[in-house]
Design a protein around this ligand. Structure first.
Ligand SMILES: Nc1ncnc2c1ncn2[C@@H]1O[C@H](COP(=O)(O)OP(=O)(O)OP(=O)(O)O)[C@@H](O)[C@H]1O
Ligand SMILES: [Mg+2]
Length: 481
């Protein structure tokens, strides 16, 4: 049975009762109060082994109290709960030295688990508290959906660390924004933030971009040049589109991460490096690993803390907040003020957003700039969504697109075509048929209509193939020679 005495502060009596019951049942001694003054009295006289507190209390905000608590009792774990579930609440809780931040409503089981963990952990000196910065200005990440709150909590926990983070997510979900937030609110925020986009640099220049080169290292290297590792010293290096990194550069990067030092292209002396690595990709690295295009050992080095940003269609609750945010931003840039009516918002929530937040941001900008009406209505939205604009990065559509992403793109458009309705039932078999038909046709064409060879190529039983050809009504054109 766990032991320990817990102090609870929340001005909501119902929440106090629930916590009292749950914590007592778990074997803790509990004392609760409804204001900050009482909590402070208890804490300052040395009571309690752990504090659970709400943020907004009638007499004082817990964020103002926290630094004082940490000053007199640095070892006392404080769990902060809040119904204001924004990025800044999570960050502020972590900045002020909270042990954990819990968005309300939360799972009691989870709370009990956190309490147990906090009380059993060896006490370590707290990291120095942050100065209270300019936190009131730009809030970087908008959205209060449960999916985003999970992200905020992980981010808040990461702020005091140097752990390598791997951000994944579809295009336009905010990967770069998160990478910057990790830097701007983390302990390296006074150092540089340096980004390098693997997809934007010619393959044979990537190593020299990363590590720098000496004069004369290759044709055209007319002078010594600093690499991104050097530029990012004591700060954060953001490796964007890491899935596009060429193999040789991967090998070299892995060595640098393992040894903590690098040499410039053409240079001989090893240079020590102190950078925090954040990587991002919209590709599935596990598939690239299977295809032999990404080193598995490098993946494990980078994937220390994986962070998956959910596509916007999985968190449509965030759409209204984002819309407001982007209209405000447009207004600050000098565009006229706009409002949006409920039906229009509704339409935006039902859209599938293949280009995610970026697509929404661009749409709002267009609305602010192009429409004279002050109130944006559903019919305006309808007209805008019906005009095909290429908001997803166009280069992705070309060239090396994988079959999976091409199918996904197709499906996004397909679902989008039904608006708020669903496509007719039987989708699974319809789609598989759409893939099977061209696949079998291609195999038969490649084997000049030879079914035995085609079956072998496909790895199908010959009779299965024959049946499929019949079912799918594939025309076989035999060519001699
Ligand atoms: N939660 C959010 N709150 C506010 N703005 C956001 C949010 N997420 C994304 N944005 C905005 O959307 C745009 C796209 O974000 P970002 O460039 O970070 O996406 P990305 O995941 O890196 O996309 P890509 O894979 O195409 O590079 C940016 O202008 C960013 O500021
Ligand atoms: Mg990006």
């Amino acid at each position: 049975m766990p032991t320990g005495s817990i102090l609870v502060a929340d001005d909501d009596a119902a929440i106090r009762t629930v916590l009292n019951q749950a914590l007592s049942r778990a074997g803790y001694e509990v004392r609760s109060c409804g204001n900050a003054a009482t909590l402070w009295r208890w804490v300052s006289q040395g009571d309690g082994d752990l504090v659970i507190t709400d943020v907004v209390m009638p007499d004082e905000n817990a964020f103002d109290l926290l630094p004082r608590i940490k000053k007199v009792r640095p070892d006392l774990p404080v769990i902060v709960m809040s119904a204001q579930n924004t990025f800044m609440t999570a960050i502020r809780a972590s900045e002020r030295g909270a042990y954990e931040y819990l968005p309300k409503p939360f799972d009691l089981k989870e709370l009990i688990a956190i309490v147990g963990r906090a009380l059993s952990e060896p006490k370590k000196p707290e990291a120095a508290l942050r100065s209270q910065g300019d936190e009131a200005d730009a809030i970087p990440l908008v959205g209060r959906s449960p999916a985003m709150q999970d992200i905020y909590r992980v981010l808040a926990r990461l702020m005091q660390t140097d752990l390598t983070v791997m951000i994944t997510g579809e295009s336009g979900t905010g990967k770069e924004l998160v990478a910057r937030a990790l830097h701007d609110y983390g302990k390296r925020r006074n150092g540089p933030f340096v980004a390098i986009n693997m997809a934007a640099i010619p393959r044979d220049l990537i190593e020299s971009e990363l590590f720098g080169h000496e004069k004369g290292a290759f044709t055209g290297a007319n002078s010594r040049s600093a690499g991104r590792f050097e530029q990012a010293e004591s700060g954060t290096l953001f490796l964007d589109e890491i899935g596009d990194m060429p193999m040789e550069a991967q090998t070299r990067l892995l060595r640098v991460l393992q040894q903590g030092e690098y040499t410039t292209v053409g240079g001989r002396t090893a240079i020590k490096t102190d950078v925090r690595i954040v990587a991002a990709t919209n590709k599935d690295l596990r598939i690239l690993i299977q295809q032999g295009l990404f080193r598995e050992d490098l993946f494990f080095r980078l994937n220390v803390v994986p962070l998956r940003l959910p596509p916007l269609r999985e968190r449509t609750e965030d759409v209204p907040d984002l819309v407001r945010h982007f209209f405000l931003q447009a207004e600050r840039e000098g565009l006229p003020r706009k409002q949006i009516d409920a039906a229009a918002l509704d339409r935006l929530k039902r859209y599938r957003w293949p280009g995610n937040v970026r697509e929404l941001e661009n749409l709002i900008r267009r609305l602010a700039a192009l429409y004279p009406q002050e109130i944006i209505t559903a019919s305006i939205i309808e007209a805008e969504l019906a005009t095909p604009v290429n908001t997803a990065a166009p280069e992705e559509v070309a060239g090396d697109e994988t079959l999976a992403s091409s199918v996904e793109r197709h499906l996004n458009t397909y679902f989008g075509g039904f608006g708020e309705l669903l496509p007719p039932p039987g989708l699974y078999h319809r789609i598989l048929k759409d893939v099977e038909y061209p696949l079998l046709s291609a195999a038969l064409a490649a084997t000049r209509g030879n079914q035995i060879k085609a079956a072998e190529l496909l790895g199908l039983n010959r009779n299965t193939l024959r049946k499929k050809i019949r079912d799918l009504d594939i025309q076989i054109i035999r060519t001699s020679r």
